[in-house]
Write a protein that binds this ligand. Structure first.
Ligand code: AMP
Length: 289
């Protein structure tokens, strides 16, 4: 049976309105709510389902980031979390999962453990180191850990919603020289082969690849579960191993220089037109027709 490694990234929560730093070097991250990257929740869910189907024997989550990537929580917060979670569950069964977990300081790795992952690996970096880490470095880190842990499958999200890079799965597969099934919307294991249904432009593509392999999770692969209160408590006892970049011997020299980060152009206010004739005049004026 397989050992599955899942990449989980701590990102600014999807519901937060992003603010660009005045010097345009990046976005404001301090004092901003963070959560697990939404596609990584889907990757975690798929790995746990593989374990439940007895395809996997162990699921290990890896997160590379500053200390907050694996913050512990205290009982009081968990009790509050339980009440809030139950209330939110009743009101909005399919929303707010990661947001709620982020609010209760139960962060990335602990969230994965509370969902059902067996153990965690935290590759700890300082805030400043983290700012210069790029997908190529994360890929090297994941590839090295996959080898050290003798993983048979690496599952990551199709993209991180902060850098929107969509590169880590592909480069991890390249470093490992393993086949890859990216943008997976269905995953089945038959013998030592994986059948992956991929979301491609205008349709679905089904491929078969051999294990060991790298998979990236697309939106429709599954619906991630909630972490229940008993599982949150159980997760507290699950082990998290700490590693540093020097433990892994990964070269983290930046390959990309960010020249400038800017806000999208502000949208013009709309106008209400009386009839179609006016609409045609406006469209002509704007050079649209
Ligand atoms: P990206 O290529 O940056 O869009 O990221 C794709 C996926 O790689 C994410 O959805 C995560 O599963 C994984 N990943 C990226 N950065 C990290 C990180 N710092 N720690 C763990 N996994 C990561």
């Amino acid at each position: 049976m397989a050992r599955v490694l899942v990449g989980v990234k701590r990102v600014i929560d999807y519901a937060v309105k992003i603010r660009v730093k005045p010097d345009k070097t990046g976005v404001v991250t301090s004092g901003v709510k963070h959560s697990m990257n939404p596609f990584d929740e889907i990757a975690v869910e798929e790995a746990i389902r593989l374990k439940e189907r007895k395809v996997a024997q162990e699921v290990v989550a890896v997160s590379c980031g500053p200390t907050q990537a694996q913050v512990n929580w205290d009982t009081e917060k968990v009790a509050g979390f339980g009440r809030e979670h139950a209330a939110l569950n009743r009101l909005q069964p399919t929303r707010g999962r990661a947001a709620l977990i982020g609010r209760s300081k139960l962060e990335t790795l602990r969230t994965a453990l509370a969902m059902g992952v067996d153990r965690g690996i935290h590759v700890e970096v300082s805030d400043s180191e983290y700012e210069s880490l790029q997908p190529i470095h994360i890929s090297k880190i994941l590839a090295k850990i996959a080898q050290d842990e003798k993983a048979d499958l690496v599952i990551v999200g199709k993209q991180a919603i902060d850098d929107d890079a969509n590169q880590t799965a592909q480069m991890t597969a390249a470093f490992l020289d393993w086949p890859q099934g990216t943008f997976a919307s269905k995953l089945e294991k038959i013998d030592d082969k994986l059948t992956v249904t991929r979301e491609v432009d205008g349709g679905l593509e089904t491929i078969q690849i051999k294990m060991p392999a790298v998979i990236s999770a697309d939106l429709r692969l599954n619906e991630p579960r909630y972490a229940t209160l008993p599982n949150i408590m159980k997760a507290k006892k699950k082990p998290i191993k700490k590693l540093t970049l020097s433990d892994l011997g990964v070269d983290t020299t930046p390959r990309i220089e960010v020249v400038s980060v800017e806000d999208p152009p502000t949208r013009q206010a709309g106008v209400v037109l009386a009839d179609v004739d006016q609409l045609i005049v406006k469209l002509k004026e704007g050079g649209h027709i």
